[in-house]
Design a protein around this ligand. Structure first.
Ligand code: ZN
Ligand code: ZN
Length: 370
């Protein structure tokens, strides 16, 4: 450590010496020229000197600042890259929301035009009733939760109140940060119980819209699974017909038929892909909810667990109230009937906590635990 610090200090000393010498040389040159040169030359020289001293001041303030470390320097160097990424994500958010709306609408249209008529004409009445009720229930839940997840604010710390429980100060907002609050560089604001910034919602997922986000993921996965299973027989039929269509010369009057077949293939491929991809994401978030962790806290807690493990201690999440209680807290289930009215049906109820004060009901049973 000593060797490292002495070499770094000698390196710093050499750099500052080189800078001082260059400045002295520059001043001498300027003085020599100043005797002969005109006013324009002096003006240009003055500006260059000003630029130089500004750069020197900038370097010195970064170099001799006790708070500066390699991370700060890297942050400064990558600031333009972050700016571009944040702005691109912000703009892509609008495109992604349009894409979700467009693809969902296309799936619903294809089901109404090609899948539902087949179900109505070929299935027995009890299956028809089941398909009609299940399909429409899933569609309602998807539309409701997507609308709420995109339009509900995730929650921000109050700017007018100073005396709120806080763990640190946000260096970008210059406001106190309550526990579980993190700064979102895309929204450029602190978000209560921040999970992540979702480009598909063009919104941050936080304390007040996490339930909508999770329910949307769950019902979208179920909806896509339902469409994929319901249209499987039609898809196999259409796939075989399309293969034959490309192998033999096509008749002229089957344009509408091929459109239907292509639409069903598109429907099945899209819904099956979304089922797998979104199903994985939903499963991951289910694990996080069971552990009472947000995506951000997952990384923090993982690091903390490792750090304490090295000291022979055990990390315990202070927000973990038991798997079932964590689910009840997220879904807002206080009574048994709420499983139906608040989980299986659209509901706009707010979370119990305000996102600022948290209930630390965790008790230390292990004397070595933290
Ligand atoms: Zn902030
Ligand atoms: Zn955000």
């Amino acid at each position: 450590m000593r060797t490292g610090s002495s070499s770094s200090s000698s390196w710093r000393w050499q750099l500052s010496r080189a800078m001082r010498l260059s400045l002295r040389w520059f001043r001498r040159c300027r003085l020599q020229r100043g005797g002969r040169g005109g006013a324009t030359e002096r003006r240009i020289g003055g500006r260059l000197l000003e630029l130089w001293s500004y750069s020197r001041l900038l370097l010195t303030s970064l170099h001799f600042n006790s708070l500066t470390n390699a991370d700060t320097l890297l942050d400064c160097a990558f600031e333009p890259v972050y700016w571009i990424v944040d702005n691109v994500t912000r703009w892509f958010g609008v495109v992604f929301v349009c894409l979700v709306t467009l693809l969902t609408t296309s799936v619903v249209v294809i089901v109404y035009l090609f899948v539902l008529p087949t179900i109505l004409s070929t299935y027995p009445s009890y299956w028809v009733a089941w398909h009609l009720s299940c399909g429409h229930w899933l569609l309602t839940m998807v539309v409701f939760h997507y609308y709420k997840a995109t339009t509900t604010s995730p929650g921000h710390p109050p700017k007018d109140k100073i005396h709120i429980p806080s763990v640190s100060i946000c260096k970008k907002c210059i406001t106190p940060k309550p526990p579980r609050t993190h700064h979102c560089s895309i929204c450029n604001a602190c978000v209560l119980k921040m999970d992540h910034h979702c480009p598909w919602l063009n919104n941050c997922v936080g304390h007040f819209n996490q339930r909508y986000f999770f329910s949307f993921c769950l019902y979208m996965t179920l909806g896509c699974f339902y469409c994929s299973v319901s249209s499987k027989a039609l898809f196999l039929e259409a796939y075989g017909a399309i293969e034959r269509y490309y192998q033999t010369p096509p008749p002229t009057d089957i344009y509408i038929e091929t459109t239907a077949q292509k639409s069903i293939i598109f429907l099945w491929v899209l819904t099956s892909t979304v089922t797998v991809a979104l199903g994985g994401l939903t499963l991951w978030h289910s694990i996080l909810i069971s552990r009472a962790e947000t995506s951000v806290e997952r990384h923090i807690n993982h690091k903390e667990t490792k750090r304490l493990q090295e000291k022979g201690k055990v990390f315990k999440n202070p927000y973990h109230h038991g798997t079932m209680n964590n689910w009840k807290l997220l879904l807002g289930v206080e009574e048994r009937r709420h499983w139906v009215t608040r989980v299986l049906l659209p509901s706009s109820h707010l979370p119990n906590e305000d996102g600022i004060m948290w209930d630390f009901s965790f008790t230390r049973t292990d004397p070595m635990a933290i």
